[in-house]
Design a protein around this ligand. Structure first.
Ligand SMILES: *[C@@H]1O[C@H](CO)[C@@H](O)[C@H](O)[C@H]1NC(C)=O
Ligand SMILES: *[C@@H]1O[C@H](CO)[C@@H](O)[C@H](O)[C@H]1NC(C)=O
Ligand SMILES: *[C@@H]1O[C@H](CO)[C@@H](O)[C@H](O)[C@H]1NC(C)=O
Ligand SMILES: *[C@@H]1O[C@H](CO)[C@@H](O)[C@H](O)[C@H]1NC(C)=O
Length: 387
């Protein structure tokens, strides 16, 4: 019986794996959008505008402040970098804001042991109105990104029809593959179709994309975090099984270090995104981030859990009347990560539970660690972990 089960799982996994071999663990890095948006005014705001300077400075911080060595290796550009198309129809960056071009930025990232991500849009325009990648430009743009030595493409979906997206996303996956350069593919496609079957075919997505945005853009507020969490939990029976090594659901960026979350809310987002096996894309100013927020984002045990090799997305298993929720993510070596999440708004609450209530065998012995209070050594076997 056990043998049968194992074989069946192996079969399913094989069908779902995207064959470019990339992102066997959720990607980690920095993405410009949530914090820096479409600020293009480099005269008024030279430090914070979308420009070569911003990405070079973030690359330096990623390399020098411990981020890269913990796995935060992606330096990802979002919308508002494009200057137009040249006479041959090739995309070119804004010449004032990216004076040395994108190949320079990719080389710079690579010289620091980082990877460069870029942004495009399957449609007439990007969401902010810059030139998009229409169906006839898909192959050309893939070749441009490969020539620049880009390592990831986020392809947005503004200004296109469902039919164009249904043709364009698989076409881009094939075009990226044809360049011969390993380029991780982040698809915004499902978010434009409501994120659910039958409009969204997650089997197909897992075949062509390494990660995909299922739902709304995150905004800098706790309300936004909760709305995304609620949507993911409501649809966890659909979403949880489709995630795995090489193909991840993406609930969008981490807000930690910005203006909308309290300290406890920041810790909660980090823990929830970790059990959801979510990509960990920070979007904050790494030049000015506080030590407290760095501690949340650089928690080694948290990162180890997020990057667990089994790549199983966690689920909410309990929703108590007390407004405590319990999330569990199975990990390698018979370990589990557990999040006890309080939605209460009154005061700290003493929640009592038992191994039996959480479906852990009471005939075994468990070692528990609190991820946020572990200070030094990281245990190699993480038994139920709570925070
Ligand atoms: C894209 O542009 C073409 C040509 O101008 C136009 O016919 C089409 O309606 C546009 N599509 C969308 C979704 O805006
Ligand atoms: C392209 O696809 C083939 C077959 O799926 C795969 O073996 C190869 O690694 C892919 N190459 C790139 C560059 O993604
Ligand atoms: C979803 O996509 C897969 C892979 O392309 C395909 O085999 C399957 O028939 C599709 N499912 C539906 C319901 O369209
Ligand atoms: C515990 O397992 C039982 C039987 O598999 C299941 O019905 C129940 O929903 C599980 N409870 C939790 C909290 O996961």
């Amino acid at each position: 019986m056990l043998l049968k089960t194992v074989l069946l799982l192996a079969l399913v996994a094989q069908v779902l794996v995207l064959e470019n071999g990339l992102l066997r663990r959720p990607p980690m890095g920095w993405l410009a959008w949530e914090r820096f948006r479409c600020n293009t005014d480099c005269n008024e705001d030279p430090k914070n505008c979308i420009s070569e300077r911003l990405f070079v400075e973030m690359a330096d911080r990623l390399a020098q402040d411990g981020w890269r060595d913990l796995g935060y290796v992606y330096l990802n550009i979002d919308d508002c970098w494009i200057g137009g198309r040249d006479a041959k129809g090739n995309l070119v960056p804004d010449p004032k804001r990216f004076p040395n071009g994108m190949a320079f930025l990719a080389d710079y990232a690579h010289s620091l042991g980082l990877k460069l991500g870029i942004y495009g849009d399957m449609g007439n325009f990007t969401c902010m109105g810059y030139p998009g990648t229409t169906l006839d430009k898909v192959v050309q743009d893939a070749q441009t990104f490969a020539k620049w030595k880009v390592d990831m493409l986020k392809l947005d979906g503004c200004f296109s029809t469902p039919e164009e997206r249904a043709e364009g996303y698989p076409k881009m996956a094939a075009a990226l593959n044809a360049t011969g350069r390993p380029i991780a593919f982040s698809c915004s496609w499902p978010a434009y179709e409501g994120g659910l079957p039958p409009k969204v075919n997650y089997t197909l997505l897992a075949d062509i994309c390494n990660l995909w945005r299922n739902y709304d853009d995150i905004q800098d507020s706790w309300r936004s975090v909760l709305s995304i969490l609620d949507w993911f939990v409501t649809h966890q029976d659909i979403l949880q099984p489709v995630a795995g090594p090489g193909h991840w659901n993406d609930p969008d960026m981490l807000l930690i270090g910005n203006f909308g979350l309290s300290f406890e809310q920041a810790r909660a987002q980090m823990a929830l995104w970790t059990v959801l096996a979510a990509p960990l894309f920070m979007s904050t100013d790494l030049r000015t981030i506080s030590a407290q927020n760095m501690d949340i984002l650089q928690n080694p045990l948290m990162i180890k859990i997020n990057q667990d090799p089994l790549g199983i997305q966690g689920r909410r298993i309990l929703k108590e009347k007390s407004h405590i929720e319990v999330y569990v993510r199975p990990l390698a070596n018979e370990a589990s990560a557990i999040v006890f999440f309080s939605r209460r708004t009154d005061m700290p609450y003493h929640y009592w539970t038992s191994l039996a209530r959480l479906n852990f065998s009471s005939s075994k012995v468990y070692e528990a660690q609190n991820v946020y209070t572990v200070t030094s050594s990281v245990a190699s076997r993480i038994k139920p972990t709570s925070h």
